[in-house]
Design a protein around this ligand. Structure first.
Ligand code: FES
Length: 276
């Protein structure tokens, strides 16, 4: 280790050299393509500024990319906005994209997630391309110096992420409330209801399996003996944490699909299938 904290690796391999015989490049390639596709799609949807809510057949569906909807998209009243229309004080020269008010929360949680860090360090800047594969650098500064030390902010993203889960669960409940011809609301289930509720469940499984949750719920203690309820909660979170990668990918794909489904219904391309 040098005096500035820079580690020198006992590395003799050149970039991409390895003794591995398996297809080690498949995993980082898939991660690169999947995350890139998601980022492009999410950015497109936030900039599209529309097709984010659906009322066909009395449904009340809201896209998770716009939830919570703090302000309505100008000229598109939805009935979901917490504070109504675009505020009058908003500078005319600055474009108004309600999705960007909230996407920093789930986006920051994912970007700093322990699992995703390991995945995109490999996939996006080959550090290393995969385990036991030569990388394009000779030094390793790790996450103990700037800028990657900023990743420690993950523990603070966890709290707003929990609030987002509560909001998405509420959206699931609202998706079971259908408006009848006489204006009254009643219980109902459409395909969109199931998709929206599933989205809250998958995102909840991802968020509550976070390492931060595991630490909070009991990992910070030396022993859980004599604390049966806490022990049970800790075991439950540990079970989620064990499959964190699976929750991470399934929730990422599903949240994108949920938005896509609502977009297709809202644009008139698809009709929501009303189950009962
Ligand atoms: S470690 Fe993945 S969400 Fe916290």
């Amino acid at each position: 280790m040098t005096t500035n904290g820079d580690f020198r690796l006992p590395q003799t391999r050149g970039f991409g050299e390895t003794a591995r015989r398996d297809r080690w490049w498949v995993q980082p390639t898939v991660v690169f393509l999947a995350l890139s596709a998601f980022i492009v799609y999410a950015t497109f949807r936030a900039l599209e500024n529309g097709y984010h809510h659906y009322e066909g057949g009395g449904a009340q569906y809201l896209s998770p990319f716009y939830s919570p909807l703090l302000f309505d998209v100008p000229g598109d009243p939805s009935g979901h906005a917490w504070f109504g229309d675009k505020p009058s004080w908003w500078p005319a020269l600055i474009p108004f994209f309600p999705a960007f008010f909230i996407l920093w929360g789930p986006g920051g949680m994912r970007f700093t997630c322990y699992y995703y860090r390991g995945a995109y360090y490999k996939a996006f800047w080959a550090d290393p391309p995969n385990c036991a594969v030569g990388e394009p650098r000779k030094g390793y500064r790790g996450e103990r110096s700037f800028p990657l030390i900023m990743q420690n902010i993950h523990r603070y993203f966890f709290y707003p992420a929990c609030a987002f889960i509560a909001v998405l669960a509420w959206d699931g409940f609202v998706a079971t409330r259908f408006t009848g011809a006489d204006g009254s609301t009643h219980f109902g289930v459409g395909l969109g209801t199931i998709i929206i509720c599933m989205n809250a469940i998958l995102l909840g499984g991802y968020t509550f399996g976070c390492h931060c949750m595991r630490h909070l719920i009991g990992g910070r203690l030396n022993a859980l003996a004599g604390k049966p309820i806490q022990r049970a909660c800790y075991d439950c979170v540990s079970a989620l944490n064990k499959r964190h990668m699976l929750w991470a990918w399934s929730s990422l794909v599903w949240v994108g699909f949920t938005d896509f489904y609502i977009r297709m219904c809202a644009s008139g391309a698809w009709t929501d299938w009303r189950i009962f």
